[in-house]
Each structure stands twice: as C-alpha cells, then as structure tokens.
Design a protein around this ligand. Structure first.
Ligand code: FAD
Length: 396
C-alpha cells in the first residue's frame, strides 16, 4: 500500500496551499481530487481574474458561530504574505474598489502559481480520483480510492479541503461535512451565501421592466448589518455586490431595506428642486442621480408624473421613501446553483484554531470553505483558504 505523511482531499485554493506548505516542510504529500482539473473555482473566480485577497482583510469580515476562530490563522498568514507570494511569481495585480486585489491577467495564473509551489515541494497530485472510504487505525488513516488511480493509500495526517456545497455543477459535494460527522464532529447548518435574492411572482411582474438596471452605490440593510455597494435589478429579483453581501445575513421571512441614494435627504433635495424650477418633471430631476428608467418607474409608481410644482410635500415624501426607504421581503435566494459560497460547515468548536486539527481526532484537519468560516464578498474567502491552508500545512 502506498504511504504518505499527508493526504489532502481537494485540490482547491485551501488544499493546494496546505499541500505546498507541508511539502516545503519536508512532508511527503498526496493531493486527491475527483475533478479532472485542479482549482476550478479559482479559475472562474472574480470574473476570470481571481480576487485573490483583500488589503483590509480582518476577522470582522468573516461570519462564523465563533467569530474569534479565524483570528489566529488570519494573523499567521496574512494578505501581505499572499501578496508577497503572488509577487514572487511575477503575477501583475491591481486594487479595484474596497481593497479588492485582482490579477491583471487571468485567474489561471493563481492556479499555475499553486501548481508550481506544489511541484517545487515535491507534492503528488492525483486528479479524477474519488475517495470511497476513510478508515482510521493506530497508524493513521487508510483511504480506499476509485477512479484513474485506484488502490488504497495510507497517511498519518488527513486534510479535508473539499469546499462547500455551492455550484454542484462543478463537483461540489457534501463530502467534507459527511466525513466530519462520521468522525464525530459537529456540523452547523449550511446555506447558500453570496447569492442573488429572488422575489415572488407578483412583485417580480411589477419590477420586470427594471431588469438590467444597476444602482452604483445602494445601501442594503438587514437588521443591524448594512453594505453600500452596487445593486442590480434582475429577471428574478435583486443581485449585485451589495445584495450578495446582505444575502449572508438575510433569513427567510425577513425584509431588507434598500436605500438607492444613501446619504442624500431626498425629500429636501426634491423640495429644493421644486422651489428652484417647479416646471421640471419629477422623473427628470430624479434622473440626475438615478438611472433614467428607474427614475421614471419611481415617478410612475408614486403617481407623480406631473411637474414638481404640482406635487405636494406629501407626494415628495412618498417618493423620498421609495428611493431611500424601500423595504422589500425577498421570497428566497437563487440557492447553491449560483451561490459563491456556503455559510456554515464543520463546527469550529471541534477544531484547533491554530492548526485546524480536529481536537478529538488527532491527525484529521479541516480547512477552507468546508469549515464554518465564511468571508464577505471581496477576496475574503480566498484569504481564509490561504490562511487556514497554510496553518494546517505548518502542523501536519
Ligand atoms: P474549493 O475551491 O471549492 O475546492 C474544493 C476541491 O475539492 C475542489 O477541487 C473539488 O473538486 C474537490 N472535492 C470536492 N468534493 C470532493 C470529493 N468528494 N473527493 C475529491 N475531491 C473533492 N472568493 C474570493 O475570495 N474571491 C473571488 O473572486 C471569488 N470568486 C468566486 C466566484 C464564483 C463563481 C464562486 C463559485 C466562488 C468564488 N469565490 C471567491 C469563493 C471561493 O472560490 C471559495 O471560497 C474557495 O474556492 C474555497 O476554497 P476551498 O479550497 O475551500 O474549496
């Protein structure tokens, strides 16, 4: 039977980082993946340019039943370490908005970087290989494999880096959660996150004409959480960065608050416009700050088609409310089909925050998205994959 110090299941961001680091420390490492290519989510990430980290990544940007769990790993392998690695590989990058770092070229460069790091560290990669079963004995773990490379393998340390449930079309499975449960670890409830929100049919019908309209900086709130980023009306409901962000906090049955001109007192603005030039139409004035079609739709919906001079304070207040105080109850989300990540996962109470090792199962590690640590949109999820992967790579 072939034997390795470390077997990593999952050749994604976390698994490859962990393998490279463990190999660099002199461990013999095998990485297994059932997919035909490594790093498929990296490839499609960031619109093909991989938003590989965020300059401002900090524990506050992560959601978990234990918000403190991520602190240690994020401190041990930071965004500056990621930037240094990317720079060493000569990958050009740029900061877009809000500290988000993207490749100038293609996300393929990040995959090549990880493959090069693994190659240099002597890591073996086996693709198109399924793990059929995992057994534990006094010497470690024995994995039964199926696929291109069959025959069991043995290892001292087993790292589970199989990601979350999002995008099942790309091979996402519940494998990591099932394995955790089999070894007695708790798994918190999982749900799609960073996902567009949908409306019920009647509301959708009313808002259909707005599909495709983007608002540059909408503020979306759910409870005490608020995000100010772009918002997009879609054929199913709402999307865009601000909506994806709030989707990680929103729960079924709750309303979200939408402010399309945050920071503007819309009533006072319209009153001023009425006093200055009452012969202008409301939608013309609104279109100075909002997309034309949206401005027209708001004016129509509030029955405020005429000139400003003809509109009472009461009507202007209603319009202001529609712009900055729209409360809407999404019917649901687009689900794992389009969700960028999975909220929840392997419960951190069972894991060591410095090493990612299962406290009750020495030698078993969980890293990346399979763990109950979920980042905001903006490069945070890859940062968690790098930080948790590197931390485990130091320990295995
Ligand atoms: P994954 O990257 O999902 O890797 C898991 C690996 O395990 C896969 O290769 C899979 O094939 C393999 N696997 C699964 N089950 C098994 C099994 N049973 N046997 C063997 N192998 C298995 N985050 C950012 O920070 N920035 C972005 O720009 C960004 N863009 C994104 C765009 C999209 C469309 C999506 C879907 C996600 C995006 N994310 C982004 C999120 C990010 O891709 C993930 O959080 C990250 O890839 C998680 O890394 P991981 O290594 O934990 O899991």
């Amino acid at each position: 039977m072939q034997s390795f110090d470390v077997v990593v299941i999952g050749a994604g961001a976390a698994g490859m980082m962990c393998a490279a680091e463990a190999g660099r420390r002199g461990r013999s490492v095998l990485v297994l993946d059932h997919a035909a290519a490594p790093g498929e989510k990296i490839r499609i990430s960031g619109g093909g340019r991989c938003n590989f980290t965020n300059l401002h990544a900090a524990p506050a940007n992560f959601i978990s039943a234990n918000p403190h769990f991520c602190i240690s790993a994020l401190r041990r392998y930071t965004q500056r370490d990621v930037i240094a690695l990317v720079d060493r590989h000569g990958i050009a990058w740029q900061e877009k908005t809000l500290g988000q770092l993207f490749c100038d070229g293609s996300s393929r460069q990040i995959i090549d970087m990880l493959l090069a790091e693994m190659g240099r560290a002597g890591v073996t990669l086996r693709l198109s290989t399924r793990v059929d079963s995992v057994e534990r004995d006094a010497d470690g773990f024995v994995l039964a494999l199926a696929g291109e490379a069959t025959g069991p393998v043995r290892c001292q340390s087993l790292v589970v880096a199989t990601g979350g449930r999002s995008i099942p079309k790309m091979g996402a499975t519940g494998f990591g959660y099932d394995l955790a449960a089999r070894f007695g670890l708790k798994v918190t409830e999982t749900r799609p996150a960073l996902v567009p929100l949908t409306f019920e049919p009647a509301l959708l019908e009313r808002l259909k004409p707005l599909a495709g309209i983007a608002v540059d900086a909408a503020e979306i709130g759910s409870g005490r959480t608020r995000f100010r980023e772009a918002m997009l009306f879609t054929h199913r409901g709402l999307s865009g960065p601000s909506i994806l962000q709030i989707s990680s906090y929103w729960r079924e049955g709750q309303e979200i608050e939408v402010s399309m001109l945050p920071g503007t007192d819309v009533f006072e603005w319209l009153r001023g416009a009425r006093a200055a030039s009452g012969r202008r139409a409301l939608h013309t004035v609104l279109a100075e700050a909002l997309p034309k079609r949206l401005a027209q739709a708001i004016a129509d919906a509030e029955g405020a088609a005429g000139n400003l001079a003809d509109l009472s304070d009461k009507v202007l207040r209603r319009v202001a409310e529609a712009v900055n105080g729209w409360r809407v109850r999404p019917a649901g989300s687009e689900g794992y089909r389009t969700a960028e990540v999975t909220l929840g996962g392997v419960d951190t109470v069972g894991l060591d925050s410095r090493t990612m090792e299962a406290k009750a199962v020495p030698g078993l590690y969980f890293i990346g998205e399979v763990v109950d640590v979920t980042g905001w949109l903006g490069g945070y999820n890859f940062q968690w994959a790098w930080s948790s992967g590197w931390s485990a790579g130091q320990a295995v």
